[in-house]
Ligand binder design. Structure first.
Ligand SMILES: [Zn+2]
Length: 607
């Protein structure tokens, strides 16, 4: 991690002024739990909150996946941004200016990302300018008007048009001093030999030609890719940017940057399948809408969604493909803790046409009456069945039963079974028998108890004194005299040893560890940052911490001497075997000396 050229005092000032609770709340809904706040972890999938934020210490830690850190690390992980970018962005939010030229030393990775963002930004302006000015632009403007998209929406979503020429964009970007290789890296041009009929364009040709262009922005509102809808007839109807360093279509939800605020207010996120559907709903005042980019929902999408809400509304086409899509997403959502309802529009209508014909009020009514995803999936599986026998009807929902048995949530499972039984018109008992049949047989040996003798935080109990001492250090319970007796080389666990090393560098005049400095340095340290946040958030009780610490120190010292002794003995044996008489004599004396002190007491005692 490069610190760039941002002065350390500016970083400290920003970190101290930014409240981690405010920042995290933009991504995770938090509720009070004792001195801390708790929520569902945005970095792993879970149903019960193990993600903790400490307002007092200004750090976060997840007991589920071990992720932790301060406000800057949180934002870096969340936005996938570099350290200097994150500091600058955070500074902007809270009104602390970071000198413009600072942070110029970034990793080559983030420089490459910035370059691609710049190229995409230039391309987006060119597409927009075409829409306003060119002859081809007037055709696109007519097309957009026919689809009911008004000028302010065109402006807001930055829509544009790619001219039909093979090299128009190449010429425009070349004038901006952008190389063909960079254009190719941004996915805007393709090498000619891949094209079947590309006229000469310097070895490359523009990927998007004769299309209405939708810039795809990330949460920071930077253009990461484009989607293009062909003007008139032609294939493919929709074309997206290829995967680039900035863009992976399975990880992006179109318009999420514009929807996130409304999702925060409304609590629900509506997911549609196309650019026009999303834009039409936004234009109609429903701004909690995003679109997938022609892919099924992925677990990466789910991870993003969970940062903002646990209530999702899906809009499917009521055709066979729509039902298959609903089954696939049932599989994805079933054990995710995200509640999903489904809006299906009348045959032959999409959100775009529906809102235009019936208005947004009718859409909101559909929204409020939407069945759960399970109900929707069952309904549609049954509709496909031709036979009337109950067994056949159950068989048609076997696929759903197979998915439902993945949920580890008992109440949810029972609720789903009730829905399925009701819809089939059979008893739950009957269904449960069937359910047992479709469940894969699992050997009992693979079912392990959740707790395998580990501490509640999943820490192996191998070095209890080391972890307890590190915990008490971070909790500020170790006295000056005890700190003076700490030796980092007594610690065999790398993370604990590093915490002690850092603590010993930050001792005040009374010999006590300065906690803020320990936390700051510990959080920035690759070796121990996870342990630091975990130990900060843990709550453990010791009847007499001072006496316990003395006990731990003694135990560690004993272990250190044991280790030294066995090492000396090992070397002594080797020396004897190899006939190094003088070495053996010296080593033998050292072994005896150590044996004597080992028998005695350890001179360190706190008052
Ligand atoms: Zn986690």
């Amino acid at each position: 991690m490069s610190l760039g050229l941002i002065p350390q005092e500016v970083i400290t000032q920003i970190r101290e002024r930014a409240d981690i609770v405010d920042v995290v709340s933009n991504y995770v809904s938090l509720s009070k739990a004792g001195q801390n706040l708790k929520g569902l972890c945005p970095f792993h999938s879970e149903k019960t909150p193990s993600f903790n934020v400490s307002p007092a210490r200004q750090i976060f830690h997840c007991f589920g996946c071990g992720t932790g850190g301060n406000v800057i690390t949180f934002l870096m992980k969340m936005e996938g941004a570099s350290f200097p970018d994150t500091v600058r962005e955070l500074g902007r939010r809270i009104g602390i200016a970071v000198p413009a030229d600072s942070g110029a030393v970034t990793t080559s990775d983030s420089r490459a990302r910035e370059r691609l963002e710049h190229i995409n930004g230039q391309a987006a302006s060119w597409f927009r300018a075409n829409l306003r000015a060119s002859e081809h632009g007037s055709r696109a403007r007519r097309y957009l008007a026919d689809r009911g998209i008004d000028d302010s929406t065109i402006e807001a979503f930055g829509l544009g048009v790619a001219l039909p020429s093979w090299d128009g964009l190449i010429q425009a970007l070349t004038r901006d001093g952008i190389s063909l290789a960079d254009m190719a890296a941004a996915g805007l041009v393709a090498a000619k030999d891949q094209a079947r009929r590309a006229p000469d364009a310097g070895g490359y040709y523009g990927r998007f030609r004769g299309r209405v262009m939708f810039p795809i922005t990330d949460l920071r509102k930077r253009v990461v890719a484009f989607g293009g809808r062909i003007l008139g007839e032609g294939e493919p109807k929709y074309l997206n940017s290829p995967e680039t360093a900035l863009f992976s279509k399975g990880r992006v939800l179109y318009a999420l940057d514009r929807a996130r605020e409304a999702v925060g207010r409304d609590g629900r996120l509506i997911i549609v399948e196309g650019y026009f559907d999303a834009i039409a709903l936004h234009q109609a005042g429903m701004t909690n809408v995003v679109a997938t980019l022609g892919t099924a929902l992925t677990s990466d999408h789910l991870a993003i969604i969970r940062r903002f809400t646990n209530k999702v509304v899906l809009l499917f086409d009521p055709d066979a493909a729509g039902v298959r899509a609903s089954l696939r997403s049932l599989d994805l959502f079933v054990d995710s803790g995200v509640g999903v309802t489904v809006i299906s529009l009348p045959e032959g209508q999409d959100p775009d046409t529906f809102v235009r014909c019936h208005g947004s009020e009718s859409f909101k009514r559909l929204h409020d009456q939407a069945p759960s995803l399970v109900e929707f999936a069952v309904e549609h599986s049954l509709r496909g069945g031709t036979s009337r026998s109950i067994e056949d009807r159950i068989r048609s929902v076997d696929e759903i039963l197979r998915i439902l048995q993945k949920t580890s949530h008992r109440i949810e499972k029972e609720e789903y079974m009730r829905v399925v039984a009701e819809r089939l018109g059979i008893s739950q008992q009957r269904l449960i028998e069937r359910y047992a049949e479709v469940s894969p047989k699992r050997p009992p040996a693979t079912r392990q108890p959740a707790n395998r003798g580990e501490s509640p935080e999943g820490r192996p109990p191998a070095m209890p004194e080391e972890w307890d001492l590190a915990y008490l250090l971070i909790q500020g319970q170790v006295s000056g005299a005890q700190v003076a007796a700490l030796r980092s080389d007594c610690f065999s666990d790398a993370a604990c040893r590093r915490i002690v090393e850092i603590a010993l560098r930050h001792v005040d005049r009374d010999g006590r560890v300065m906690l803020r400095a320990l936390l700051d340095e510990g959080l920035a340290d690759a070796e121990c940052h996870m342990a630091v946040t975990e130990l900060s958030m843990s709550e453990r009780h010791f009847d007499d911490p001072a006496a316990y610490i003395d006990g731990c120190l003694e135990a560690l010292e004993r272990k250190r001497r044991d280790r030294m002794l066995s090492e000396l003995i090992r070397r002594l044996r080797a020396a004897e075997q190899e006939g190094r008489v003088e070495d053996a004599r010296v080593l033998n004396a050292e072994v005896n000396a150590l044996r004597v002190t080992k028998a005695g007491s350890i001179p360190v005692r706190s008052s």
